[in-house]
Ligand binder design. Structure first.
Ligand SMILES: O=c1ccn([C@@H]2O[C@H](COP(=O)(O)OP(=O)(O)O[C@H]3O[C@@H](CO)[C@H](O)[C@H]3O)[C@@H](O)[C@H]2O)c(=O)[nH]1
Ligand SMILES: [Mn+2]
Length: 330
């Protein structure tokens, strides 16, 4: 289903689990495939920051990519159809979202003002209509919604059938639950913040990979004057994962997040944090100082955040740190 949409692009496939299993990639795609042995070989001891047996491992692909724009998708997501029955080109919509500005400082009630057939509404300050560069495009899902385990357990048959034809900027100062299932981002603007954390095998938590990355990314985007949009495009999420397995992975996150959210809501970064890497390292320090007492896991996670940046800069020495001030690249 994805061939017409994926074939023009370079694929990076991150194989989780047993590296001796062979993944058969269909003919005609330009791709790189990495398993755990490859990750260990490329990163050496720094591979400790890449999770095993959790979708978090995907962020290794972001680190080794040489492309400006990244689209990440889960392996149970397929091409969705819009209400007219037309197949949705998710990549086309993500790139439209990423190439047009965001409006985090003042909410436009007619949604995306840069879209054909829409504009800024009366009362919208003209001084803010230029917007800011868009770093992240967060797409949604028809059929199986991205619910946590408790919600899945009480609503096992709920399906998302509602196609909302809208894209909107998430306002500055507001966090959101970033789902990694259908996500586009500008790697040059925000790549180093897209660390999906320590999850899965050997860790007390799983399935908070994209959430962690989203909270760190939003704090950094707000600080650097970058935008994040959510809404179109939709993909078709084909299957629900096992809610009992999910509950075991998620449960610590469900009560930890009641402390994590206030931490991210009150997180501030100093003005000399002018690159994503500097922001991220400062955030790692705050994670250790303020969340280390919630659980020792956060001390380990803070260290892994530093390792991630070290590994990122090692693999990306040229564009390692793009100087940003209020959303404009210097
Ligand atoms: O050990 C693992 C488990 C899973 N994956 C890959 O991760 C994604 C999501 O897995 P799955 O579709 O089974 O689970 P969902 O409940 O739909 O996932 C939601 O949670 C997020 C992951 O934390 C995800 O973005 C949401 O869709 C698939 O691609 C699995 O292959 C893995 O690599 N290792
Ligand atoms: Mn899924």
């Amino acid at each position: 289903m994805w061939r017409p949409f994926f074939q023009p692009y370079h694929l990076i496939i991150v194989q989780d689990g047993d590296p001796s299993r062979t993944i058969k990639v269909p003919e005609g795609f330009d791709y790189e495939l990495y398993n755990r042995n490859d990750i260990n070989k490329i990163l050496g001891p720094k591979a400790s920051c890449i999770s095993f047996k959790d979708s978090a491992c995907r962020c290794f692909g972001y680190m080794v990519s040489k492309k400006k724009y990244i689209f990440t998708i889960d392996d149970d997501c397929f091409v969705a159809k819009d209400p007219s029955g037309k197949e949705i080109n998710a990549l086309e919509q993500h790139i439209k979202n990423l190439l047009s500005p965001s409006t985090p400082f003042f909410f436009n009630t007619l949604y995306d003002p840069y879209r054909d057939g829409a504009d800024f509404v009366r009362g919208y300050p003209f001084s803010l209509r230029e917007g800011v560069p868009t770093a992240v495009s967060h797409g949604l899902w028809l059929n199986i919604p991205d619910y946590d385990a408790p919600t899945q357990l009480v609503k096992p048959r709920e399906r998302n059938t509602r196609y909302v034809d809208a894209v909107m900027t998430i306002p500055k100062g507001t966090l959101f639950p970033m789902c990694g299932m259908n996500l586009g981002f500008n790697r040059e603007l925000i790549g180093p913040a897209m660390y999906f954390g320590l999850m899965g095998d050997g860790q007390p938590i799983g399935r908070y990979d994209d959430m962690w990355a989203g909270w760190c990314t939003k704090v950094i985007c707000d600080h650097l004057g970058l935008g994040i949009k959510t809404g179109l495009p939709y993909i078709w999420h084909s299957k629900a994962s096992n809610p009992f397995v999910n509950l075991k992975k998620e449960y610590k996150g469900i009560y930890w997040q009641e402390e994590l959210i206030p931490f991210f809501q009150s997180a501030t970064l100093s003005k000399d944090c002018t690159t994503v890497q500097k922001c991220y390292l400062e955030l790692a320090k705050q994670v250790k100082a303020k969340l280390g007492k919630v659980d020792d896991y956060f001390n380990k996670l803070a260290d892994a955040m530093v390792t991630w940046i070290e590994a990122w800069d090692e693999l990306n020495p040229s564009g390692a740190s793009t100087e940003l001030a209020n959303g404009s690249i210097k």
